[in-house]
Design a protein around this ligand. Structure first.
Ligand code: OTU
Length: 624
């Protein structure tokens, strides 16, 4: 089908007033969409009919898009770099922990404004599987808010209030899998052939065994293997994550079309950013780890083209927890647009590794391996999130610093970091190793940032101050790197580990719940009192956020240079000619020779010549 015919199918369902705008967007993006979809699905019988129906459905979704959102689309299309500003700041929270429900979250908008937040990521809030559901990452119905959190009307009211407050709502869009009680799974179990085709089902172990030879494991302890035997399906269903999370079959065009429409229906409720969960896993290929496959990127690019046509104000964010060299592809290029935002999990993990090793070599290697961004795209920087700190993304950078037998040494080095944050190796940290009981293997580390930096074990004022500095150091990097920084709920108040999950049978086996506490109102009330850790952290962080807003050099797309002349324990990052961040990752004082006079943006002092950085100290300096 030529893209003109394709476009006409969409235009045919639109009211007159939307025609000029739609025609313009189609002219820009329909040829790309056509090329991507025919590459993925062109071999299917009835491909043209399928594409025609998809285009008509997109037209209907555009026609249904509320006027306020269409106006926002236009504004943003005219300013495509709006989200790269140093004034953008994210905050991430579970609905139930932060506000109880969606209305409770709305009540906290003034607090978010006080911090300077312009982007709120609420962890999964759509109807999830009853019982175990991986913190909502097993969705039963994408068109319904989880009843315990409110209604669809509450969601629309929340997005409207957030929009008024200048805050974009980000929602997870779990596109790799659905819960085993999603309507498709239920129909498939009842014998519906079309529904069965939405999944990857194998009658016996032959193919699963062949795939397993090269597949990895995300939850090796509690959910080993990548297939689950389901009697009602008469075989094995692909499930990368928990057995109740069934991977979708993106080789089936119906899966793509249904998920694209689902995303746009959510966008029409006012969701402005989609966190595309587990994007690396969308396409399976025998003989590979079935991650980062070219087709996974084509699927994402096709979704991007659809968003560019129907809802260009919407942003796509890739959650791909993969080695640094695989990351840039998720942001696409000027010619092949993909996601707007991608998590930089290597930067995050390497900053924790640097703390544990008191050495920045792997962190520097990550930064060297981080290429410049395509237009209108950014990394997402963060200190902690709801998941574990996954160590294996750093294998290449850590191996680069090892001589003989690099891969084995890299594994050993990462395993040491994992033991360190679990509280071993004479460490100050309180945390847990994730999904690994083998002290010689590295998988991930869990724990709230404050506990991992030693606040929980600090039994004297000096230890407490060192822990606070470590925490601020990590935030300082996330805020000055040149990215969209996202704070994780509770970190701004130095909240510590929550061990209550051990008493909840549905959570006890997953130590990621250590870092999923309920918002601490007492700390929040005491946030002005700098005599305590909560207030001290909060006020220091706010100071950083405010300083960041004043420096255009800190925008996501402004240049960044790693300075090689700093001691191994120090990361020196120049932003343009006039801004410099210095971070001491060690417990020893370090000196750095400043080129010329600089002003400390945080305390106003003038510095010149040799600067001594106190243990774990961070300085934000501006020239002159
Ligand atoms: C994502 O994460 C989510 O962030 C997790 O909370 C979910 O459990 C998972 O998907 C399934 O929906 O590999 O790139 O801690 O890093 O599970 C996707 C392990 C992922 C996570 C991993 C993850």
């Amino acid at each position: 089908m030529p893209s003109k015919v394709m476009s006409d199918r969409m235009l045919a369902v639109l009211p007159d007033e939307l025609l000029p705008q739609a025609a313009q967007r189609l002219a820009a993006h329909a040829p790309v969409l056509r090329q991507l979809l025919s590459g993925l699905y062109g071999e299917h019988a009835n491909f043209d009919a399928w594409m025609g129906e998809l285009m008509a459905a997109l037209g209907e979704l555009l026609a249904a898009r509320p006027a306020a959102l269409r106006a926002q689309d236009e504004q943003r299309a005219a300013q495509p770099e709006w989200f790269l500003s140093q004034r953008m700041l994210g905050y991430c929270a579970y609905v139930q922990n932060f506000g109880g429900n969606l209305n409770g979250v709305a009540e906290r908008i003034p607090y978010l404004q006080e911090i300077g937040v312009s982007y709120l990521h609420l962890l999964p809030f759509l109807r999830a599987r009853a019982g175990e559901n991986d913190g909502g990452f097993a969705v039963s119905n994408f068109d319904e808010v989880e009843p315990a959190f409110g209604s669809n009307a509450d969601l629309e009211a929340l997005t409207a209030r957030l929009r008024e407050a200048g805050i974009s709502l980000c929602s997870d869009f779990i596109l790799n899998h659905v819960a085993d009680d999603h309507a498709w799974a239920v129909a498939a179990k009842a014998g519906d052939a079309q529904a069965r085709d939405m999944f990857l089902v194998y009658p016996d172990r032959e193919l699963p065994d062949r795939y397993e030879r090269t597949l990895g494991q995300v939850f090796p302890q509690v959910a080993p293997g990548n297939f689950v035997q389901v009697d009602a399906m008469g075989g094995w269903v692909w499930s990368t994550f928990y057995p109740y999370q069934w991977d979708l079959n993106y080789a089936n065009p119906a899966v793509f079309a249904e998920m694209a429409k689902t995303l746009l229906r959510l966008a029409n409720r006012g969701i402005e950013v989609f966190r595309l969960d587990s994007t690396a896993f969308l396409w399976k290929r025998e003989g590979t780890n079935s991650m980062n496959q070219p087709e996974a990127h084509q699927i994402l690019q096709a979704l991007r083209a659809i968003v560019d046509i129907v809802a260009p104000g919407v942003l796509l964010k890739a959650e791909a927890i993969v080695p640094t060299r695989e990351l840039p592809a998720y942001l696409g290029s000027a010619e092949a647009r993909e996601c707007h935002i991608a998590y930089h999990s290597s930067l995050m993990a390497a900053s924790w590794l640097a703390l544990s090793e008191q050495d920045t070599s792997a962190l520097r290697e990550v930064i060297r391996n981080t290429p410049a961004l395509p237009p209108a795209a950014t990394w997402l920087s963060y200190v902690r999130c709801h998941d574990d700190i996954g160590w294996n993304v750093l294998r290449a950078e850590v191996a680069a610093g090892c001589d003989a037998n690099a891969d084995a040494s890299a594994k050993a080095r990462l395993a040491r970091a994992s033991r360190f944050f679990a509280g071993g190796e004479n460490s100050y940290a309180s945390g847990a190793a994730f999904q690994s009981t083998d002290p010689n293997a590295a998988h991930g580390s869990n724990g709230m940032a404050a506990s991992l930096v030693g606040l929980q074990t600090a039994d004297n004022e000096e230890a407490r101050q060192l822990a606070m500095r470590r925490l601020l150091l990590l935030h300082g990097l996330a805020l000055s790197f040149g990215a969209l920084p996202v704070l994780y709920m509770g970190d701004e108040l130095a909240m510590e580990n929550d061990y209550s999950y051990q008493q909840r049978p549905q959570h006890a086996m997953d130590s990621r719940w250590l870092q999923r506490p309920v918002f601490d109102r007492a700390r929040w009330k005491g946030r002005d009192y700098t005599g305590g850790s909560a207030g001290q952290m909060y006020q220091s962080l706010i100071r950083l956020v405010r300083a960041r807003r004043q420096h255009e050099e800190l925008a996501a797309n402004a240049p960044r240079t790693l300075l090689a002349d700093a001691p191994d324990a120090v990361l020196a990052l120049a932003r343009g000619e006039r801004f410099l961040t210095l971070m001491n990752f060690s417990a020893q004082p370090q000196t750095y020779a400043l080129p010329g006079p600089w002003t400390d943006c945080l305390d106003g002092s003038i510095l010149n010549g040799a600067l001594t950085l106190a243990p774990y100290a961070m300085h934000w300096l501006e020239r002159g």
